[in-house]
Each structure stands twice: as structure tokens, then as C-alpha cells.
Write a new protein. Sequence first.
Length: 337
Amino acid sequence: MYILPVTFNYAFRAKKTPIYAVSSDGTYGKYPSQSDAARELGILKESIYYILKGRYKACGNYTFVSADKAEMTDDKGNVVIDKKLIEDLRQRANESSLYAVDKYGNYKKYLSQKEASDDLGITAGNINRVLHKERDFAKGYSFISANEAEKTDENGKIYVDKDIIEELRQKANKNDFYLINSDGDFSKYNTQTKASSDIGIHSSEIGRVLSKKGRKTAKGYVFIKANSLEEKDKDGSIAIKDVVLNELIERLNKRIIYVVNISNGKYEKFENKSIVAKLFNIPVKDIDLILRRHKKPHNGYVFIRANELEVIDKNGNRIVDKNKIDEIMKRYKKYAI
């Protein structure tokens, strides 16, 4: 007589043996059985079983170990927890967790790439490429595995390494840049195309200034990478480096030329020597000579660099110093027409 084989599924039959659940933040708890842990934590019994058998590493932000592996007896005969094993399990539970860091230094922990993808609107593929250092950022965010970002202090407390967060902030901020004019006004952009549209300068000119290839300024503006102009202040917020900003304003004002009418003191500001040369139909080298006081004023006009003529008022604005205009009129009076 042929008897049909009967297959019993023992895989998901949760045994009544105590286990420990260890979370990614290092907290842990003991449960009388897999069923009790599953019920309280909202995790499938099958997942817990497979973790205990070594087929899965973690589920959600938990991993599990049998109590007989987690517990040990000390010299006094007391049952204690193996803290080294708990830390190893914490890191295992934390393996799929990650941090997202934006360009302002804000960060958030996610339990999975999918969770980060759904929350931030960034494909999991792009997040994965950042995590594997194939790219620095995706849509204004950089990412790092939680185990890399988190450290444990001497008291066993887990904390986020702020130096690592700052490195990631700079990566997320890598493409951003500032546009600065000669008055010290500045705006932040994340694409050259947007800046180009706003100020009417071809994006390739902006690119040459940013890359420091052949140009220091473009049409009265200077451009600088955000990471070079920004810094973290004492309270952790982003601040502008005043020294760097002033150097850039000086760079612009070295190129800006004032044309002063010696007879009436009227003046006009020009972006560079080339424009003045075309206006007066004289060579640029002659303008240089007048600027250096090596040549007489031209047809009743004297040329002065902005740095020599401008001062900063109480509100921090650059203005023309009228006393200097008076000095120029007196000094070059004999050349007035």
C-alpha cells in the first residue's frame, strides 16, 4: 500500500526558548520566546527564526540572539550580559541604517535606503551610489551608513560624529556657489544656469571663474564655491567668512574704474579698463599709466580705481568719498577743460 508523504513545516514553529532582541540604538530586551518578541515588536516570527539561524542579519532595526549565547556567568556566579556581543549585534542591526545630510548640516537617520528614498524623493539607486562613494551627493544630500557615522563614547553611549557630518555637508554643498558684486551683495546658487539667467552672463564665463581657469571676475561679478565662503560658527549654523568676502570685493574693485570730470567733479563708474578705453578711444595701456600717475589726465578726465575712491559707510555700504573727489579736483585743476 502506498502512503502519501506528510511534510511538517518546522521552520516557523517558534520554540519556547528565551531570546534577546537588540536594536540599532544599542537597547536590548529579553523575551521568553520568539512568539513573545514577535508579538511585542511587530515582527514576523519567521523573520526572527531566520535571524537566529543566521539566514537574515536583521529585520527593521532589530536583530536577535538566543539567551544562552548572550548571557554569561561572572566570577561571582552572577548571570550577566555579554556587552561585546550586544555591541556586535547592535552594529549588525544598524547595517541597513543610514544618515542623510543636507548642505546646511541637518541630518536624519533612516532604517533603509527605501525609507530615505520615499521621504526625500531620491531614487534608491542614487542613494546607493553615494553610499558606495561612486558620487558625492544626490539632489542636495549626501549619505553615509549609520555604522560609519555613529561612535560609542567611554560610557557606552552612542553619538553621531559631527566631524563626519561636516564632511558630508560639504559634499552635499559641493556644486553650490556664491555670486558677489562690488558692493558686497551676494546670492547663493546651486546651478550655473540659474545664475546665468538672473544676471545675463553666459554659464561658461561663470564656470571659468569658479574653476580659476583664466578668469578672476566676469562682468562685474566674482563667483566662489560655497564651501570656500561658508563656515560653521559656534552655534553650528552656517556663516559667511568675512575675510574671504572682503578679499573678493577687493578683487572686484581693483578692476572697477571711476572716470572723474576734473572741472565739475562729476564721476561715473565702469566695470573695467576695456570699457573706458573704448569710450575714450585710447589704448588700455594709457589708462594704466594714468591710473599709476605716470601719465597726465586725458582731455579733462582722470581715471581712479574704485579702491582708492570708495569708503564703507556706517551701514556697511560702499560709497564714493566726496572729500576724495574734492582732492582730485584740486590736484588736477590745471588739466580741467
